[in-house]
Design a protein around this ligand. Structure first.
Ligand SMILES: [Zn+2]
Length: 135
């Protein structure tokens, strides 16, 4: 298994992932839409211990639907969203897949908040779809 690498647009933030993601999920929630400027975010769930970052992110303290904390980390220089830490998923980091250097082998298995998906975005073939989030 090869380690995956990624980083922000300007290169100030770089990271390495030392295990295969435990989950690959598309999130159509409005907060992901607003943070990314895109129709959804694609997140890799990785154990905190397998994520190594160089460079310092800024954090925006957000909340999920349940009111639980979702801390969103981004590059203060170029604005790339890098990862989130969700109170609902302790011990995990949720890395924005679009910041990977290579997307080879990254296929979402799950879609969240599909009730908020843009009407022109098609379902990911074979993915489990949930109208709401995980917590
Ligand atoms: Zn940057």
């Amino acid at each position: 298994m090869t380690h995956r690498h990624g980083g922000c647009l300007c290169g100030a933030i770089r990271y390495e992932i030392k295990s295969e993601p435990a989950l690959v999920a598309v999130c159509h929630c409005q907060n992901c839409q607003k943070q990314s400027g895109g129709m959804y975010s694609t997140n890799l769930g990785v154990p905190e211990a397998d994520y190594v970052q160089t460079g310092e992110t800024k954090v925006f303290h957000d909340k999920g639907d349940s009111g639980r904390a979702v801390d969103r980390y981004f590059c203060a220089n170029c604005g790339s969203p890098i990862l989130s830490r969700a109170e609902a998923l302790p011990g995990m980091v949720l890395i924005k897949a679009g910041t990977l250097d290579s997307l080879a082998g990254i296929v979402p298995k799950m879609e969240l908040y599909t009730d908020r998906a843009a009407e022109w975005v098609a379902a990911v073939p074979g993915s489990q779809r949930f109208a709401l989030g995980l917590g």
